[in-house]
Design a protein around this ligand. Sequence first.
Ligand code: C5P
Length: 225
Amino acid sequence: ATEQDLAGRHVVISAGGTREPLDPVRYLGNRSSGKQGYALARTAVARGARVTLVAGNTELPDPAGVDVIPVGTAHRLREEMVKAAADADAVVMAAAVADFRPAVYASGKIKKVEGQDPEPIALVRNPDILAELSAERAHPGQLVVGFAAETDDVLANGRAKLARKGCDLLVVNEVGEHKAFGSAENEAVILAADGTETPVPYGPKETLADTVWDLVAPRLAETRR
Ligand code: C5P
């Protein structure tokens, strides 16, 4: 799909993992590589979109022609997504947002004390950015896409999550050894709020990204440009 079906559209994508600091030198993180979000950014540019990429931790180079906004924490990712979404036609949450963050941030490095057990780490919940972006859309026609990684009851859990989050499309990945996290390949089912299911066979993350845009573009066609 090299047609310019996203020409004149602004799409905002989050990618990579967030890092939640414990102290100046330590954080809680996850294994997200950012590859799927970056593939979404590259394919959207190829289809004519203006692309804003809010990037958590990743080793990937900035894609050409993309406005990249680096962030560390879920809190910062939320701030930048809400700001960029204000003028977006579509918003895609491909980032692996930490569900929890340490309840306290120690401004000095946490030290080990001889003969003493370490303090347990208390966690608090992070805001659900996808649910918030879905509930508080910048304009009625704005499209919101989420991702979900599931290990069992993939479809049932995916359907329930789509409803709970309130987004228009949910890309449901089955997490496996050569799929999803860190891998260049992915296999997924894309669930739509209108009831349709689009299976995407095992293959490059670019193919999955293009299938997402194949579903997004016609849904945007009904809204003003
Ligand atoms: O609830 P779960 O983490 O499985 O949902 C995954 C989806 O929700 C992804 O699109 C992810 O970017 C988004 N998410 C979020 N804020 C969170 C946790 C997940 O936006 N705190």
